[in-house]
Design a protein around this ligand. Structure first.
Ligand SMILES: [Ca+2]
Ligand SMILES: [Ca+2]
Length: 229
C-alpha cells in the first residue's frame, strides 16, 4: 500500500494538518503562580488527564495550594462546529482553543474560583495563553481573581505537550494511508523551518528539525500497527 502511494508522487499530496490530541509531557508538566505555587498539568487520576484538541481542552490539573482545577469535562457545555464550551453559565464552562492555538474561556477551581484563559491578551505587553505548536508547549498567562497571574511561559518551568499517537497526523485514531499522504508531503519539504511546512512540523517525530528517513522509520512502525494506543 505504501509503495502504491509513493508511486503516485508527492506533488498532489499537500493537505492541512490538524492539531489532533495533545497531552501533557510527564517530564515537563508544571506551571507557576506566585500565590499558588506549582500547578501540575499531569497530576490527574486516570481518565481525567489534560487533553488539548483542535477547538477545546478537557481534564483536570492539580495545584498543591489550590487543589483541582477543571479545564472542562469534554462533554457537557460543548456546542457548535467546531465544538466550543459556551461559557455562558456555571454548567457549560471550559477552556477553548482557536485555530491559531490561542486559549480562551474559563476553568474552575473549588478553592480559587474561575480562572480566565482569555485575559492574558488584554495586558501590555500582551501575554495570551496559547498552545505553541512549533515548540509543543503552553505559553502566556492565565488570570485568577484569587491567585493572580499563573505563568505558563517560564523559561524553565513550563507545560510541555506531547502527541499520544504522533504518526496519526490527521487525528482520526488510525495510522493509515491518509496519514501517509500527510507524512509524504512533509518528507518532501524536509526542513521544519521551510515556510511550506505546516507550522507544527508534526511529522518530525524525533524533533530534530527535519522530516527525513529517521522519521519515516518511526512512521512505518506506527503504520504497521495501524491503531493508536
Ligand atoms: Ca490518521
Ligand atoms: Ca526528524
Amino acid at each position: 500500500m505504501v509503495k502504491s502511494i509513493l508511486a503516485t508522487g508527492f506533488s498532489a499530496l499537500l493537505a492541512p494538518y490538524c492539531m489532533g490530541q495533545l497531552t501533557v509531557d510527564p517530564s515537563c508538566p508544571f506551571s507557576w503562580s506566585e500565590n499558588a505555587g506549582f500547578i501540575n498539568w499531569n497530576g490527574a487520576p486516570p481518565g481525567h488527564g489534560v487533553i488539548i484538541r483542535d477547538s477545546y481542552a478537557s481534564g483536570v490539573v492539580w495545584g498543591e495550594n489550590v487543589g483541582w482545577i477543571n479545564l472542562g469535562d469534554g462533554s457537557s457545555g460543548l456546542s457548535g462546529s467546531p465544538l466550543h464550551y459556551a461559557n455562558a453559565a456555571g454548567t457549560d464552562f471550559g477552556v477553548n482553543v482557536d485555530p491559531t492555538g490561542a486559549l480562551s474561556g474559563f476553568a474552575w477551581s473549588e478553592n480559587a474560583g474561575w480562572l480566565n484563559f482569555g485575559a492574558g491578551g488584554g495586558v501590555i505587553p500582551a501575554q495570551p495563553a496559547r498552545v505553541d505548536l512549533a515548540h509543543k508547549r503552553l505559553r502566556g498567562y492565565v488570570w485568577s481573581e484569587n491567585l493572580g497571574w499563573i505563568n505558563l511561559d517560564d523559561a524553565v518551568v513550563f507545560v510541555a505537550l506531547a502527541l499520544p499517537c504522533p504518526a496519526d497526523l490527521n487525528a482520526d485514531g488510525l495510522v493509515d494511508d491518509a496519514d501517509f499522504v500527510l507524512f509524504s508531503a512533509a518528507y518532501n519539504i524536509l526542513d521544519c523551518s521551510d515556510s511550506a511546512m505546516p507550522p507544527s512540523c508534526a511529522a518530525d517525530f524525533n524533533h530534530d528539525g527535519l522530516v527525513d528517513d529517521a522519521d519515516f522509520v518511526i512512521f512505518a512502525a506506527a503504520y504497521n500497527d495501524l491503531l493508536c494506543p
